[in-house]
Design a protein around this ligand. Structure first.
Ligand SMILES: C[S@@+](CC[C@H](N)C(=O)[O-])C[C@H]1O[C@@H](n2cnc3c(N)ncnc32)[C@H](O)[C@@H]1O
Length: 309
């Protein structure tokens, strides 16, 4: 049996168990080895932070946002800490579950310290604030004596553990709303109200939204015997059986996201597309739902949408 099918079965079973998220973390830690903070993951998300801040500067003319909100930060708050190092004052992260921990923040800080020693940070963070970097390095030394709230406080980081459809933030209060490989895990009936809520909190005229979306089959990240288009062979009904609530994948394509933005009157002011590989797409026995669409559009594997409000 292919590795991705084994993983799908385990995640499906775990998703029905109490403490499913914690069990999944242990499964990924000891079996699939998917929870370690690798260099590739760290620099990929650091590059996202660079792109978010560059977009903010390019489209607003302002040097740095004062407040940022990230949806679904996950285990390692790389983007929020990059914002801290760049001088952002209020950094919010919203998730329905609190996924980080003192240990995972320590791991993230250690990666930043290593990037600093290797003199790589200025390549990603052109506005790196020396006093904030010093604060981060001091924080690493003080970690054993600090509580998690102390650490978050020093990093200007506020975790909002709530449903992003109903944020506790006021209207017109956030300069930069961002997400990183998160939309693809949210079903459209939830994504639409989340985007409407983002529209409410982002500052009108001076705020932007900047979202990275990974439309590839995430099982292919773990099983190289399948391509990133593998999941497009299944009907919605079949996919419901395969998909799980721990790491759901909505399989939306570029055109679906564009339609969703259009439907709620959210502009896509600028988009960067990763075009994927049409030849690879055509090797998959696509379900008619996908086969009947423009293959160039279906093949797009990643995108970055910027909305100027
Ligand atoms: C796969 S993770 C994101 C991964 C992470 N951003 C990264 O860079 O790897 C998707 C996250 O979105 C969160 N999420 C899903 N629906 C949500 C909602 N309605 N409100 C807030 N967070 C939500 C999930 O709890 C999950 O932590």
């Amino acid at each position: 049996m292919k590795k991705w099918i084994q993983k799908a079965i385990v995640q499906k079973i775990v998703s029905y168990l109490p403490f499913g998220r914690q069990i999944n973390y242990l499964f990924q830690k000891y079996v699939t080895k998917g929870v370690y903070l690798t260099d590739t993951y760290f620099y990929d998300r650091l590059n996202h932070a660079t792109q978010h801040l560059a977009a903010y500067h390019r489209f607003t003319g302002n040097p740095m946002p004062n407040s940022c909100l990230e949806l679904g930060t996950g285990w390692y708050p790389i983007v929020p800490i990059a914002f801290f190092l760049s001088g952002v004052q209020s950094i919010y992260s919203v998730d329905i579950a609190f996924l980080t921990s003192k240990k995972r923040i320590a791991t993230t800080l250690a990666m930043f310290a290593q990037a600093h020693r290797q003199q790589r940070l200025p390549n990603y963070l052109p506005n790196l604030q020396p006093q904030r970097l010093q604060l981060l390095l001091n924080l690493i030394d003080q970690l054993p004596t600090l509580t998690l709230p102390d650490i978050l406080n020093q990093l200007h980081l506020h975790y909002l553990i709530e449903d992003a459809r109903h944020l506790s933030l006021p209207d017109n209060s956030v300069d930069l709303v961002n997400s990183n490989n998160t939309f693809e895990h949210i079903y459209p009936q939830l994504l639409e109200p989340i985007l409407l809520e983002f529209k409410r909190v982002v500052k009108k005229n001076t705020g932007i939204m900047s979202h990275f979306i990974d439309m590839s089959d995430h099982f292919a990240h773990f099983d190289s015997s399948i391509t990133i288009y593998n999941f497009l062979q299944f009907s919605d009904q079949q996919w419901q059986w395969i998909d799980n609530t721990i790491q759901p994948q909505n399989r939306l394509r570029l055109a679906d996201y564009q339609q969703l933005y259009n439907h709620i009157n959210l502009p896509i002011t600028h988009q960067n597309l990763w075009h994927g590989d049409v030849a690879q797409l055509t090797m998959v026995p696509l379900h008619p739902h996908f086969a009947n669409q423009n293959p160039d559009m279906v093949a797009v594997s990643h995108c970055h949408f910027i909305s100027v409000m």
